[in-house]
Design a protein around this ligand. Structure first.
Ligand code: ZN
Ligand code: ZN
Length: 593
């Protein structure tokens, strides 16, 4: 044990075909990381057919001498991997340094590199060195990988559609561009630029290159710190959201990491401002003492654990919630949706259209003239200034302006006006919000313990539901429900908390029981309160198609204006949409437009 052994060729080939080189994206990942390690400030990635035909990575890093270049193709002696058994435990080993020989063994590989004087070019075919020659002296390295897996037909069959492969690469390069805004990244497929950052070190500019100007316009800057963590970055306003978590990018000390809990905390911070199953675009960097983190480097991903995770999650929620609270959140008429969404988990069809959009959209800038670039730069600077200066409005009353109801459309939308323009308010959503905040407050501090039911009633449940509910009876008791077993799968309800309005007892208690069962294993008082408040708020709200009086509308608007968040119903849908006077004049093409 402990002796250095040279891996036998069979095992080495298995690795080459297996863990390290899975697909074009993993080749790009290895090559780009090599470029970064070589101190490059410019990295250009050129693909043919999503990399399946050819990949070329060019950098301006330090480059290699002829001797080092030749050495890079030799399989490393390693004390870490000896047997096939060890291969299964490869993810625990921080497995690097095998990339070049592995890639070269399954492709037609050309390495061209120079430290600034004489350049070297080495041609390798399926792992066999074919040619070594001198090349030009441009400092840096260019690696060309053609016909990946041409000598492993089984692997070739394994590859997904070109769009999937391209989506994976675009996603990876996008993340690297965001984590290294001081490196200029260019990604090209079949001659079309997919991504191009300027390497200026400006994170917001990098975000613009990856997600586009429309997303940047709807972003705000965030930052917070405590004695352990220092967090900063940009997040989208709640009206910008996507169907997946891929736009949630977290860096720890400058490196992209994956951590499910972090993403969940970020998403939870937007709770009730947007639908929970839609996700924001966020780029956050966490600076932390490395002794507080435990990093597990995979050949394909990076997992991280924080020793003070609860503290970190609470800090993130505080940062995002307090930031969003200070912003006017009434959506204006136009909708914003990012077109760039190459994803791991999304369906192939969606990926296809997204990538195609991206390609079409980005084709033009390739030939764009300097004038329009200058204009874009100017617009960017304007937006950047706004983002840093975004006005803070503290008092809730000031956030939803005063407005006067003048009509009702389809018994559903209240038309309101004030000197700034016109508002449409969804009466159901608005009342849901008012009810929700009222319930949440009552749940927090019930005045009296509970009220006995004049006529106790029984609830019969399925076996499964009964078992879950039985475990939760003590928690329900804490919430001031008096519910006991009544034989079989039946429960009897004797008392209920004071917040249940008279006349709705049985209906609401049945809903509460549904919430407890739905939450199942996930049950916590906090979640229960949230869910029950949301559900009861909906049940108690006026429905669409119900006509209520002008006075009731005025009351509703006043109540809504007192809410902590008047802009969304508890499901995250908007309560109010604003048409400014400017919007109206524009829509009717009146003077000046
Ligand atoms: Zn509802
Ligand atoms: Zn709702």
């Amino acid at each position: 044990m402990g002796k250095i052994q040279v891996m036998d060729e069979v095992l080495a080939n298995k690795i080459a075909a297996g863990e390290v080189v899975e697909r074009p994206a993993s080749v790009i990942k290895e090559l780009v990381e090599n470029s970064i390690d070589a101190g490059a400030t410019e990295i250009k990635i050129e693909l043919e057919e999503a990399g399946t035909k050819e990949m070329k990575v060019t950098d301006n890093g330090t480059g290699m001498s002829k001797e080092d270049a030749l050495l890079s193709f030799e399989r490393h002696a390693t004390s870490k991997l000896k047997t096939e058994f060890d291969l299964f435990h490869i993810e625990t080993l921080g497995f690097r340094g095998e990339a070049i020989p592995s890639i070269a063994s399954v492709s037609k590989f050309i390495l061209k590199t120079s430290t600034g004087d004489v350049g070297t070019q080495i041609t390798v075919d399926g792992g066999h060195v074919k040619k070594i020659e001198n090349s030009d002296a441009r400092k840096g390295t260019m690696v060309t990988v053609k016909n990946l897996f041409y000598n492993i037909p089984a692997r070739l069959k394994h590859m997904k559609s070109l769009y999937t492969e391209l989506a994976l690469i675009t996603d990876y390069v996008g993340k690297m561009a965001l984590s290294k805004p001081d490196i200029q990244f260019t990604l090209v497929n079949n001659g079309n630029i997919l991504l191009n950052t300027d390497g200026s070190g400006n994170l917001l500019k990098a975000i613009k290159s990856v997600y586009g100007m429309d997303v940047v316009k709807k972003m705000v800057e965030v930052s917070i710190e405590d004695e352990d963590y220092q967090i900063s970055g940009y997040i989208t306003l709640p009206q910008v959201h996507r169907s997946n978590r891929n736009g949630m990018i977290t860096l720890v000390n400058g490196r992209v990491v994956k951590n499910y809990e972090l993403n969940r905390a970020i998403n939870d911070s937007y709770h009730s401002l947007k639908p929970d199953n839609r996700y924001p675009i966020t780029v956050l960097n966490i600076e932390v003492d490395p002794s507080l983190i435990d990093v597990n480097v995979h050949p394909t991903k990076m997992d991280i654990k924080f020793s003070k995770q609860e503290e970190l999650l609470a800090l993130i929620e505080k940062m995002i919630q307090s930031r969003l609270k200070t912003i006017n959140l009434i959506p204006e008429v136009e909708e914003v949706e990012s077109t760039y969404t190459p994803l791991f988990e999304e369906s192939k069809k969606e990926q296809t259209s997204l990538i195609l959009n991206r390609v079409e959209e980005e084709e033009k800038p390739y030939q764009k003239e300097q004038i329009s670039l200058d204009l874009e730069e100017k617009e960017f600077q304007k937006i950047e200034k706004q983002i840093h200066e975004k006005e803070d409005i503290e008092e809730p009353e000031k956030r939803l302006p005063e407005m006067y109801p003048i009509a009702l459309v389809h018994g559903t939308y209240i038309v309101c006006e004030n000197e700034d323009g016109m508002y449409l308010m969804d009466q159901h959503a608005a009342q849901e919000r008012v009810n929700y905040e009222r319930f949440m407050e009552q749940f927090g501090n019930p005045k009296e313990a509970s009220i006995p039911l004049l006529v106790p009633f029984t609830v019969e449940l399925s076996n499964h539901d009964f078992i879950i509910l039985k475990e939760r009876l003590s928690i329900l008791k804490e919430l001031h429900f008096e519910i006991e077993e009544f034989g079989g799968n039946t429960l009897i309800v004797k008392e209920h908390p004071t917040w249940i309005p008279e006349g709705y007892e049985e209906e609401m208690i049945r809903h509460v029981i549904d919430v407890v069962i739905d939450l199942g294993k996930d049950f916590s008082i906090k979640k229960f309160n949230e869910k029950a408040a949301t559900m009861l708020a909906c049940k108690m709200a006026i429905k669409a198609n119900m006509r209520i009086s002008r006075e009731e509308h005025e009351q509703l608007i006043n109540d809504l204006r007192k809410c902590k968040n008047p802009f969304n119903c508890p499901h995250g849908r908007p309560t109010t949409i604003f048409y400014s006077n400017y919007d109206l004049e524009k829509l009717f093409k009146r003077s000046g437009f």
